[in-house]
Design a protein around this ligand. Structure first.
Ligand SMILES: *[C@@H]1O[C@H](CO)[C@@H](O)[C@H](O)[C@H]1NC(C)=O
Ligand SMILES: *[C@@H]1O[C@H](CO)[C@@H](O)[C@H](O)[C@H]1NC(C)=O
Ligand SMILES: *[C@@H]1O[C@H](CO)[C@@H](O)[C@H](O)[C@H]1NC(C)=O
Length: 354
């Protein structure tokens, strides 16, 4: 009797603990993964490598005076397309088409893929373009780390990468490569040695801004980030090399933004870190507009409108290009994977015809 009375509570306890461990991820919705110290140090050494390389590259296209058009043997500046994904690259055939036919000396591709999610091997232009990647999770600082990792790798990999475009697996191109290249690396700007802007959305007001500022606890962001300095914008940007360097050099803001969110529903660190940092350091160097069209009408649970095959038409592509700034949108999201077929049908006749 004595033994049993001990055994039953212990067993109950054991079962409860096992159940708790099993169910914890379900009971605690959006349980956030934290960034381990080894991962943090690993990233830091990568960023330091990129920063060191940046100061020793001999001939650098972003060093304004070194690039002279019209003289022989200029390094053609390139665009780094950085795909941040945690699934198959649904639209790789469309992107393949986008890159196909353009001069391979004008771009580089980098892929960061969550290693915890098994996807088929990358093929075509994406083959061997995977960078050493770490785990990512929605609404957590891991998405900032992944984007910074992509920037650092792309900077180290090719000193002629001048623009760095962040793209997700749900993004599609809205124009041809040459249209995009001509727009970003405008020859007149190049020849006049003018500064190139970064295309990143920077907004200083939104309904949930104050909640998002305090998502890690009240006033936790102080003193590095005052509420009046806190900004919001699209996670998907096109940064210049100068701004990419600024981003990977940052330690001050990252110390705060890397903190886990208590209020996960209103956090989304990646929508704040980049716009806040760049607005604090060089607002005038940014266009404040994103080049990626996202439809927030009737958004659900922080997700924008996702386009489905029945919505895909040439009119949709033309509509998505329309922006309120002086230039067209270059990318759009989100599209469901089964949009690939109708999009491919529009590829040559609409999307890449410009
Ligand atoms: C790329 O273009 C070449 C010729 O221009 C063509 O043969 C090839 O099939 C194209 N590949 C893709 C994936 O579109
Ligand atoms: C944006 O999404 C809404 C539905 O959420 C849709 O009615 C509208 O047509 C979309 N806008 C564009 C430009 O596709
Ligand atoms: C352009 O601005 C107007 C007014 O601010 C707004 O109603 C409209 O939705 C904007 N259009 C786009 C494509 O951003």
């Amino acid at each position: 009797m004595f033994k049993l009375s001990i055994l039953i509570p212990s067993l109950t306890l054991l079962i409860s603990i096992s159940l708790l461990i099993l169910l914890a991820p379900r009971i605690l919705p959006n349980h956030q993964i934290t960034i381990s110290l080894p991962d943090e140090l690993d990233d830091l050494s990568l960023f330091n490598k990129a920063i060191a390389a940046e100061t020793t590259f001999p001939k650098h296209p972003s060093h304004k005076n070194k690039l002279r058009l019209g003289t022989i043997k200029v390094h053609q500046p390139k665009i780094a397309f950085m795909f941040l994904t945690n699934s198959d690259l649904h639209f790789s055939p469309l992107w393949e088409n986008f890159f196909n036919g353009s001069d391979p000396h004008l771009y580089n591709i980098y892929v960061h893929d969550d290693p915890y999610i098994k996807i088929p091997p990358l093929k075509g232009v994406f083959k061997d373009r995977l960078i050493p990647s770490k785990r990512t999770q929605r609404s957590s600082p891991t998405l900032i780390s992944a984007a910074r990792r992509l920037l650092a790798y792309a900077m180290i990999d090719d000193p002629t990468n001048l623009y760095f475009a962040l793209i997700s697996q749900h993004c599609i191109p809205l124009h041809s490569f040459s249209y995009m290249y001509r727009f970003l690396l405008d020859a007149r700007r190049l020849s006049r040695n003018m500064e190139f802007p970064s295309y990143i959305e920077i907004l200083d007001h939104s309904d949930s801004l104050f909640d998002r500022y305090n998502a890690r606890g009240d006033n936790v962001m102080l003193p590095e980030v005052k509420f009046m300095d806190f900004r919001v914008g699209s996670q998907f940007f096109v940064l210049t090399r100068r701004h990419s360097l600024m981003v990977i050099k940052d330690r001050k803001l990252w110390r705060k933004f890397r903190k886990p969110c208590i209020n996960v529903e209103s956090c989304y660190p990646e929508e704040h870190y980049f716009p806040t940092l760049l607005s604090m350091e060089d607002l005038n160097g940014c266009s404040k507009y994103t080049l990626t069209n996202v439809n927030w009408t009737d958004s659900v649970d922080g997700h924008p409108h996702t386009y489905h095959p029945y919505e895909v038409s040439s009119k949709l592509i033309y509509d998505l290009r329309e922006s309120n700034s002086t230039y067209s949108y270059m990318f759009a999201r989100k599209f469901s994977p089964d949009c690939l077929k109708p999009l491919m049908e529009l590829a040559d006749s609409v999307i890449f015809k410009d």
